[in-house]
Design a binder for this molecule. Structure first.
Ligand code: UDP
Ligand code: MN
Length: 248
């Protein structure tokens, strides 16, 4: 059977949330055998996201976990708890031997990035951990793993080149087997520096030598680290509200 692609998406309430999720669902709906794990950064599942998912037309799981307030600060990594909740759900679901046999691939799909459909074809064949370029990230047009003779030998990056894995969250996928056979691999808050989340996680489960280059030996950009502009709500009314209540 086609390996299932599990996409873990952390998401949080803000004016653009539903627009971002709509775009993402429109992409995912075109991918065969994809299971969307949507993890809200919230104390409870929201009405907005619940209603949205129910109509999204996708196999999905709706989780939630709030980021402790002390971690909601500029410069600190985002969505650590949400990605870990997704990992925990995956491990829980596949804890029995007969479910372990099911092939699967996990990747971390932030809600604001842009994903080509080709990316999913590439990641689907991940044996352990696969990598590829990411566009519009690290202060450059793209970052990418440098490949020689089919092996990753370094990183083309303009930012913190000392990172063991100089790669964005959108630049790798992990097989379900690797997730299950490394049950303690998680994203860490303690001692984690900005931009080191990916490296801290990947070094728990693989080595640079072991990485599988995708996207034509990492020469094609199939995913973009796009970021949505903050919306201008300066003219929202304080009085004379609209006569109907509309979800946006
Ligand atoms: N996110 C979240 N809680 C937050 C901030 C971000 O769950 O307080 C999610 C967000 O929806 C996205 C991911 O974490 O899916 C990465 O956040 P963002 O896109 O803001 O990070 P950046 O683009 O700066 O890497
Ligand atoms: Mn983002």
């Amino acid at each position: 059977p086609l390996p299932t692609i599990y996409a873990i998406t952390p998401t949080y309430s803000r004016p653009v949330q539903k627009a971002e999720l709509t775009r993402l669902a429109n992409t995912f709906r075109q991918v065969a055998q994809l299971h969307w794990i949507l993890v809200e950064d919230a104390a409870a599942r929201s009405e907005l996201v619940s209603r949205f998912l129910a109509r999204a037309g996708l196999p999905s799981t709706h989780l939630h976990v709030p980021t402790p307030r002390r971690y909601k600060r500029p410069g600190l990594p985002r969505a650590t708890e949400q990605r870990n909740a997704g990992l925990a759900w995956l491990r829980q679901r596949h804890q029995h031997q007969h479910q372990r046999a099911q092939p699967g691939v996990l990747f971390f799909a932030d809600d604001d990035n842009t994903y080509s459909l080709e990316l999913f074809q590439e990641m689907r064949t991940t044996r352990k951990v696969s990598v590829w370029p990411v566009g519009l990230v690290g202060g450059r047009r793209y970052e990418r793993p440098l490949v020689e003779n089919g092996k990753v030998v370094g990183w083309y990056t303009g930012w913190r080149a000392d990172r063991p894995f100089a790669i964005d969250m959108a630049g790798f996928a992990v097989s379900l087997q690797v997730i299950l056979s490394n049950p303690k691999a998680v994203f860490k808050r303690r001692g984690s520096q900005p931009g080191m989340q990916e490296s801290d996680f990947l070094k728990q489960i693989t080595t640079v030598e072991e990485l599988e280059p995708k996207a034509n030996n990492c020469t094609k950009v199939l995913v973009w680290h796009t970021r949505t502009e903050k919306v201008n709500l300066a003219n929202e009314p304080k009085y004379h509200l609209d006569t109907v209540k509309i979800e946006v």
